[in-house]
Design a protein around this ligand. Sequence first.
Ligand SMILES: [Zn+2]
Length: 443
Amino acid sequence: MQQVDTLITGGLILPSDEAFSQIADGAVAIAAGRIAAIGPTAEITAAYTAPDVIDATDHLVMPGLINAHVHSADALFRSLIGDMPLEPWLEQLWVAEKAYVRPDTVRLAARLAYAEMIRGGITAALDMYWFPEESARVAREVGFRLATGPIYFDMPEPDGIPITERTTRARDFLDAYAADPLITPIISPHSTYTVSPRYLEEAAALAAEYGIGLHTHAAETAAEVADVVERFGATPIGHLDALGLLGERTVLAHCVHVTPAEIELLAARGVSVAHCPVCNLKMGSGIAPVPAMRAAGVRVLLGTDGPVSSNDLDLWTAMRFAAVLHRGLTHDPTFHPPAQVVRMVTADAARGLGLGLGEVTGSLEVGRRADIILLDLQQPHLMPLYDAPSYLAYSAGRDDVTTVLIDGQVVMRDRQLQTIDLPATLAEVAALGATIGAAMRPA
Ligand SMILES: [Zn+2]
């Protein structure tokens, strides 16, 4: 018998592997944060013992979900700003961020967002926010997998870094997290409308120098496209391409307003698109032409966007929208079949989130890091279970997630967070929220 750290036994396992296989009564052995073995429970328990055995009877066991676009620490401003178009909405958000975004508030808000995401079965996220070193620090503390890194933004607020110094300051972060088990460093220029061409080029050069991913917003609204065309004589996609920002390590959030020719370009460049259907609908931005992207061969991932624009970090709702929204437009009930929707938030997402993660997470296979979630199948909305992928795409929700492991560590067990003091976090957020609300929304 071989000793491992943790065994998960007796579950319906959906590894999200290449064959999209299932194991009816399956088990996973975890050692030193990695999946050491996976197979029928009888075989695994005959070969391995562990001090921690998680009984997954009547549970589905699958890779943790990956949120491909989020601003975690925007959680402090959830519902602060009312319903309006993106551009004036952003102006108000930036006023709030300038006043309240500091290292300590970013740490608190990041902890709140990681608690929400872990409870919803999300084990990794592609994050963009001020003070990324603080978001990364909290992710390390609570055991959350995060792709994040230095941002580029022409205005020096709220982190006080002039645009001329961002590249120099960025190197500190990139060097600190060059070989971290949980943090994947990336470069995040905010957008073509908030970062000057010279610094977009500098951001791309820095990402290339370090061989890391690049994450930015593009073509979210029609107004953004018109503004960028007027200022630079090119659409956001054309502008990014001319400046050398489109490549296989690039993740573009949104791409709602893109032409057929631009979709071909995104496919040719190997760009990943983070589709954020709930945010785009809530903000009235439009509906991304995902069927055309799929037809062209663009890799499409799924994101929630920040809690201030989408109001929650629920990737199950995003999955449901990704599955059904485009069918309503195309009258094609076969578009985005459930298995493809599951892949969007697991294996495909891992491949799209910067270099190397495709071999690290996103599926349950021997040698991968153990990012695993368990869902309780004994629920009225999940019975009877004929087809697990359909259940995941159309029926399951955040509350069905019972237990979450990230990098082999149990971060939630039977709905109880293990690495975050949730009551204390909520009390701190409520207190700060009262202060922000009193100042920003006077009665
Ligand atoms: Zn965003």
